[in-house]
Design a protein around this ligand. Structure first.
Ligand code: UDX
Length: 450
C-alpha cells in the first residue's frame, strides 16, 4: 500500500533563471504549478511560451508544459498563494549597492507577502542563496504573521546556467533544511519523482542547508582561482599552466573539473556569493575563517588586467586607436548573462585605454549593449574581426572555438590573437601565421610541441 502523501500543488515566487526553471521542471515532473512575478512583461512572455532569457532546452520544455495545462503564470499574488501548498521562493539576492553584503530585500518582501496571505498547512521553501541565519530570521517573521501550520524550509539550488534543465531534473543531490518531520515529508512529496530515481537527499537544519550552497560556490571559486594563481606563477617562470592543470587533473583527489585556467569566473552567483559570505562571516565574528576568499576574488579580477597586458604585448604599449575584436560578452558560453562578465570587463578596460572595441556574442549582444552602450557591437563573428588589429577570445562559445584561423585571417588587419580561455588550437593558429598569446602560457607555446 502506498502511504505517500498526495502530490502538492506548487507556487513559484520569482520567474528569473532559477524560478522559471523550477516552475517548468516541476510541471514537467507532473505537478500543478502556478508561478508568480511582479513583472507583467516577464509573466506575459512566459505565459505565451517565450523565455525572457536564453537557456538551452528550457524554451521547448516551457512550451510542452504549458500545453499540458499544469503550468500557469500570474502577477496576482493572492491567486498564487491561495493555489499552492508548497511555495518555492526563487527571487534574486544580488550584491548590495555600496557593500559586499547580499541585498535581501526581494527575499524579505516575498516572505512578508506570503506570510500575510498564506493559509495553514503550507510550507514556504527558500531556494535563493542567502547568508547563513536568514532562514531563522524569516521563520520568526512568518511566525509573527501566519498561523502555526505555516513552516519555513530551505532547499538551496545548485543549477548552472546553460545546464539549468539537466541540473534541475537530474541534480547531484537535494538538500532539505527543515525544522520538523512534517516539513521533511512535504519536501519529499514535492521531489518524489527525483527521489524515486535515487537522487541522494541530505536532510539538515536550516543553517547547514544555507551554508551548503555558499560553501559549494566558495569551493568552486577557490578551485578556479587556485589554477589562475598558478597561471600567474607560470607567467613569471615560462611554465605552461594548461599543461600544469592537465597533469594535476590525473590525481583523483584534485580532479580536473573547475580547474580550467583563463579569464576566471563571473556571472550572477560565484562573485557575489563569495563576497556576501565574507560580509556575513564578519558579522558573525569569524572573518578570519574565510578571509582567503578575498584573495580568491583578487586573483580572479587580476586575470582581466593581465588580458589587457597581453593585448599590449601584441599591439604595443599605446592602445589608442587599436582595433580590437572582443569575441564573447556572456560570463560563459551557452548563456546570455552578462552579470559580472569577465569578457565585458576586459572590453571595457580596453575601451578606457582608448582602443576601438567591437564586441560580438552569439546570444548576449543585447544584454551587453544595455550594460555598456558605449562599446560597438557586431552582428557576426566576421563583422567583429573585420580589419581587427588584435582578436580576443573572451567567452569560449563553440562558434569561436571552431572558427577557421585561415578564414578569419583573411578578414583581420593583423593575425594576432589573445586566447583568454585557453580554448583554441594553438598549433592551427600558429600554422596559419597568427601571433598567439594565452594567460599563463609562454609566448612561444605550441611551437615546439606542434
Ligand atoms: C555556479 C555554480 O556552478 C552553480 O552550482 C550555482 O548554483 C550557481 O553558480 P554558474 O554561475 O551558472 O553556476 O556557472 P559555472 O558553470 O559554475 O561557471 C562559473 C564561472 O566560472 C564562469 O564564468 C566560467 O567561465 C568560470 N570557470 C568555470 C572557469 O573559469 N574555469 C573553470 O574551470 C570552470
Amino acid at each position: 500500500m502506498n502511504h505517500r502523501p498526495p502530490a502538492p500543488r506548487m507556487t513559484v515566487i520569482g520567474t528569473g533563471y532559477l524560478g522559471a526553471t523550477q516552475a517548468v521542471c516541476m510541471a514537467h515532473l507532473g505537478f500543478e504549478v502556478l508561478a508568480v512575478d511582479v513583472d507583467p512583461a516577464k509573466i506575459d512572455a512566459l505565459a505565451s511560451g517565450r523565455l525572457p532569457f536564453y537557456e538551452p532546452g528550457l524554451d521547448t520544455l516551457l512550451g510542452d508544459t504549458l500545453a499540458t495545462g499544469r503550468l500557469r503564470f500570474t502577477t496576482d499574488f493572492d491567486e498564487a498563494v491561495a493555489f499552492g501548498e508548497v511555495h518555492f521562493v526563487c527571487v534574486g539576492t544580488p550584491q548590495s549597492a555600496g557593500s559586499d553584503a547580499a541585498d535581501l530585500r526581494y527575499v524579505d518582501a516575498a516572505f512578508t507577502e506570503l506570510a500575510r496571505r498564506v493559509a495553514c498547512d503550507a510550507l514556504i521553501v527558500g531556494k535563493s542563496t542567502v547568508p547563513v541565519g536568514t532562514a531563522q530570521r524569516l521563520t520568526a517573521l512568518v511566525a509573527e504573521v501566519a498561523g502555526p501550520g505555516v513552516e519555513v524550509a530551505w532547499n538551496p539550488e545548485f543549477l548552472r546556467e546553460g545546464f539549468a534543465v539537466a541540473d534541475t531534473l537530474h541534480p547531484d543531490r537535494l538538500v532539505f533544511g527543515v525544522q520538523s518531520a512534517r516539513a521533511e515529508g512535504m519536501l519529499r512529496a514535492a521531489y518524489a519523482p527525483l527521489l524515486d530515481e535515487g537522487v541522494p537527499v541530505i536532510v539538515a537544519d536550516l543553517a547547514t542547508a544555507e551554508l551548503v550552497k555558499v560553501a559549494a560556490n566558495s569551493f568552486l571559486a577557490t578551485k578556479i582561482s587556485f589554477i589562475n594563481a598558478m597561471a600567474e606563477v607560470c607567467e613569471a617562470t615560462g611554465a605552461d599552466v594548461s599543461l600544469l592543470a592537465s597533469a594535476l587533473s590525473y590525481d583523483d583527489r584534485i580532479g580536473g573539473r573547475f580547474l580550467k585556467p583563463g579569464l576566471g569566473f563571473g556571472g550572477g552567483c560565484l562573485p557575489k556569493d563569495i563576497r556576501a559570505f565574507r560580509a556575513r562571516a564578519e558579522e558573525l565574528g569569524v572573518s578570519a575563517a574565510v578571509s582567503f576568499l578575498h584573495e580568491v576574488d583578487q586573483i580572479n579580477l587580476r586575470r582581466r588586467s593581465r588580458t589587457v597586458d597581453l593585448v599590449r604585448e601584441l599591439a604595443g604599449p599605446d592602445l589608442r586607436g587599436v582595433r580590437v575584436a572582443a569575441l564573447g560578452a556572456a560570463f560563459k558560453p551557452d548563456s546570455d548573462d552578462v552579470r559580472d562578465a569577465p569578457a565585458l570587463d576586459v572590453a571595457r578596460l580596453l575601451y578606457l585605454e582608448g582602443a576601438s572595441v567591437v564586441v560580438y556574442d552569439p546570444k548576449a549582444n543585447a544584454n551587453a549593449h544595455r550594460a555598456y552602450p558605449d562599446l560597438d557591437y557586431a552582428a557576426s563573428l566576421a563583422e567583429a574581426v573585420n580589419e581587427a588589429d588584435v582578436v580576443l577570445l573572451l567567452t569560449e562559445w563553440a562558434e569561436f572555438v571552431s572558427a577557421d584561423p585561415d578564414d578569419m585571417g583573411v578578414l583581420v588587419a593583423h593575425r594576432r590573437i589573445v586566447d583568454g580561455r585557453s580554448a583554441l588550437d594553438v598549433a592551427r593558429y600558429r600554422a596559419a601565421g597568427w601571433e598567439y598569446r594565452a594567460l599563463g602560457r609562454p609566448a612561444g607555446v605550441g611551437v615546439a610541441r606542434s
